[in-house]
Ligand binder design. Structure first.
Ligand SMILES: [Ca+2]
Ligand SMILES: [Ca+2]
Ligand SMILES: [Ca+2]
Length: 421
């Protein structure tokens, strides 16, 4: 089966078949370059991938010019990794953070971005049953290297933890950008809703900037319902993008997403041939795989048994892949895996990727045993392409892994549920 190339199309569909994004793709044909400004928008649900850790410590940040009076003894300074301009990182203080009791008297945040804490409100953390102390979202002025600024809604969560070795208490602060940038970008006769979500990925953490290729996420309202769906309309923010595998666009965004441009381009393309050979009589019933490259190219594709995809020339890794299989009893299984090794796609060439096959199980010792403790094993399951499986389990169920140890003659020595931990 020669399948649709590109970023969004289902791998199992033929070139000539209709796709949800075709109306958009046709209008792109008419244009060489389109641009639009995105504005902060409240998501329907918190975007969990946008969590980041703040840097904290007792050393006063050099950029901090004015400080209020503190009531909880030595202040604990925070630096929130938001933006890349004059007030980045955004400075804050936990008043009382270093105290033995760890009681927070107040939280100071440079919300107006002038590197002084003398003119900002004092915030308080709320403690609710079963959760860490946290602050309601607060609007913070975030600055960018191009001189622009954004008022971005941010939520903080304070975690008081203890070091295993010394038992000493310490704080960690998780910072969460609650908003994404959204707006309509003219594509031919249509204004298409587009959103960019500040996110963490293997190339870096969320940072309050909305232009990080392969890290931040892009959503396009393919079905025109004015909503940005997480499961069907999201892909990594990629330097190159194709909606139909034929027309390619170069995506440019400034860090505050005030000027997002889609420009027609002709990247050097090669092909990636993906085949899946699952054990036994299992059949593929869907799946999704993400390909990322160090050149800033990121693609999502739906998996079929066999497909050939056109991709810009680069070295790719498989990230966040999952496949759904149906066994001979029609039960649905989910396999989650990744592949770190590069898939070299070269201009005019064909790179191949074979997934599945006879899976190999190779336990490695994670922690050497001490008297009175068990041996802690890390179960490594790999497939024909070298892909590493994090999880293979019946879909939509929680399965307790079970282990059986038998001798060379097949006599069971021991068996029982496998314990996590
Ligand atoms: Ca201030
Ligand atoms: Ca970002
Ligand atoms: Ca939609």
């Amino acid at each position: 089966m020669k399948a649709v190339a590109g970023t969004w199309s289902r791998a199992g569909r033929g070139r000539g078949r209709a796709t949800a994004m075709r109306p958009v793709a046709l209008t792109v044909l008419l244009l060489a370059r389109v641009a639009g400004a995105l504005e902060p928008a409240q998501g329907e649900a918190a975007f969990r991938a946008g969590w980041m850790e703040a840097r904290i410590g007792t050393a006063k940040p050099a950029a901090l010019r004015g400080e209020p009076e503190y009531h909880g003894g030595e202040p604990l300074y925070m630096e929130l990794p938001l933006g890349n301009g004059t007030n980045a990182p955004v400075i804050g203080v936990i008043d009382g953070g270093v105290g033995i009791a760890g009681r927070i008297h107040g939280i100071h945040l440079d919300v107006n971005g002038n590197n002084s804490l003398l003119d900002d409100p004092v915030f308080h953390a709320r403690l609710e049953r079963g959760s860490f102390p946290h602050m309601d979202p607060v609007d913070i002025q975030v600055s960018y290297a191009d001189g622009t600024k954004r008022l971005v809604s941010v939520k903080l969560e304070f975690r008081r933890q203890h070091r295993r070795d010394t038992g000493r208490a310490f704080w960690s602060v998780a910072c969460h950008v609650c908003q994404h940038m959204a707006g309509r970008i003219p594509l031919g006769s249509k204004n298409v809703l587009v959103g960019i979500y500040d996110s963490s990925g293997e190339k870096g953490r969320a940072n309050g900037c909305f232009n990080d290729y392969c890290c931040d996420r892009l959503r396009i309202d393919f079905n025109g319902d004015s909503k940005l769906d997480r499961t069907t309309e999201e892909l990594p923010l990629s330097r190159f993008l194709s909606l139909d595998g034929k027309i390619w666009l170069e995506v440019h965004a400034d860090p505050g997403a005030r000027n997002v441009r889609f420009k027609r381009c002709n990247p050097s393309l090669g092909e990636l041939d993906i085949r899946c050979d699952w054990p036994g009589s299992s059949t593929m019933s869907g799946g999704r795989i993400e390909l990322l490259s160090d050149d800033g190219y990121g693609f999502v594709l739906d998996m079929g048994h066999e497909s050939v995809l056109s991709l810009p020339e680069s070295d790719y890794r498989v990230t966040r892949a999952k496949a759904f299989l149906r066994d001979e009893d029609k039960r649905l299984w989910k396999c989650a895996f990744s592949l770190g090794g590069p898939l070299k796609v070269r201009k005019g060439g064909v790179a191949t990727l074979r997934l599945g096959g006879a899976l190999k199980f190779r336990p490695t010792v994670n922690k050497w045993p001490r008297p009175g403790t068990g041996l802690c094993l890390f179960p490594g399951v790999t497939g024909a392409g070298g892909e590493r499986y994090r999880n293979i389990s019946p879909a939509q169920t929680r399965m307790q892994p079970h282990v059986t140890i038998s001798d060379v003659e097949g006599v069971v020595v021991s068996q029982g549920p496998m314990e996590y931990g």
